[in-house]
Design a protein around this ligand. Structure first.
Ligand code: 13P
Ligand code: SF4
Length: 310
């Protein structure tokens, strides 16, 4: 067994034999996307995870995503294909700091981006993803909101919901936030006819110059449906590659080489094969997401609220 196709074939057999469902975030490489049962952005994968009927879930993405899948399907065994894959943004804020702000300003509802640890979710009233944040915040009766941890996404939500009073803290995705207005000007100078599609985790100055701002799935759907032929993609660079593969008659350019998430790139097809093979043995335990019933019930409430409002 040595070619990509052969490994993918082995994974398919293991999935059937061991009742495994593979969920992969769209930032994963093509060979993993092809082996997965469900792919998409954080919101879509949360909805998919809540509906999976298999006994075992293998998640290809980062730790908070597998944790979310576990909260949505607590009776299932959930494994993260590569346990080193974390999201630096998810761990940016200490729960103690949020507790302190809540105590000072108890009226303010806490809206947590899904890219947070379960401990932070226990302190939050509702969770959002990049595709559902505006919809959920608009639907909330409360005016005063503390939005954690991504201040760029929070600023984007504030702009879309001017009647809300959104307090932001300094935090965000180091990958998307690294792109600045000069990168955008350079990309535009090279491809003047291309539409610019960016993720709301980018700096507000970058989002303001874009033709479209949306989640990973939002960007992909926009590009597929658009009549335009050229696009500058302002999100993780794998998306430009997937779109190029899916829409060969169009041209996709990356906004900057800086938008490469090293954590999302940690998972390899061999990791997926290894965990599928190990499921059912002691070895798989090292990759299993284990959470107490109490943590699942406390942190899961804001995920359920997200699915209700989103
Ligand atoms: P979405 O999946 O909501 O687009 O978020 C992108 C991201 O950075 C995931 O870690
Ligand atoms: Fe976290 Fe940003 Fe990577 Fe997404 S792209 S996993 S938010 S560091």
């Amino acid at each position: 067994m040595n070619t990509v196709c052969e490994i993918q074939g082995e994974i398919q057999s293991l999935k059937k034999e061991k009742d495994i469902c593979i969920l992969a975030h769209s930032y994963q490489g093509r060979e993993i996307i092809e082996a997965a049962d469900f792919t998409g952005d954080s919101y879509k994968l949360s909805v998919d995870a809540s509906k999976v009927t298999n006994k075992n879930i293998v998640f290809c993405g980062v730790h908070f995503m597998a944790e979310t899948a576990k909260m949505l399907s607590p009776q299932k065994h959930v494994y993260l294909a590569n346990m080193e894959a974390g999201c630096p943004m998810a761990e940016q804020m200490e729960p103690e700091m949020i507790e302190m702000i809540k105590a000072q300003d108890p009226e303010r509802k806490v809206v947590a981006y899904i890219n947070t640890t379960a401990a932070l979710k226990t302190l939050s009233d509702v969770c959002v993803t990049s595709s559902s944040a505006v919809k959920i915040v608009s639907a909330m009766e409360d005016k005063k909101i503390l939005f954690i941890p991504d201040c760029n996404l929070g600023a984007y939500v504030q702009k879309a919901c001017p009647d809300k009073d959104i307090r932001l803290l300094q935090g965000g995705c180091p990958v998307h936030a690294a792109v600045d207005i000069n990168d955008l000007k350079q990309a535009k100078a090279k491809h003047p006819d291309a539409l610019v599609l960016v993720h709301p985790e980018c700096q507000p100055a970058v989002s303001e110059m874009a033709d479209y701002v949306g989640s990973t799935s939002g960007i992909m759907n926009f590009a597929k449906r658009s009549d335009a032929k050229e696009f500058i993609i302002g999100t993780e660079m794998s998306i430009a590659e997937h779109l190029q593969y899916e829409c060969p008659d169009k041209d996709f350019y990356i906004l900057s080489k800086k938008i490469l998430c090293p954590n999302m790139k940690l998972t390899t097809l061999m990791d997926v094969y290894r965990i599928c093979k190990a499921i059912g043995s002691e070895q798989a335990k090292a990759n299993e997401i284990i959470m107490s019933d109490e943590l699942i019930s406390q942190a899961g409430k804001c995920i359920d609220e997200m699915l209700r409002l989103g």
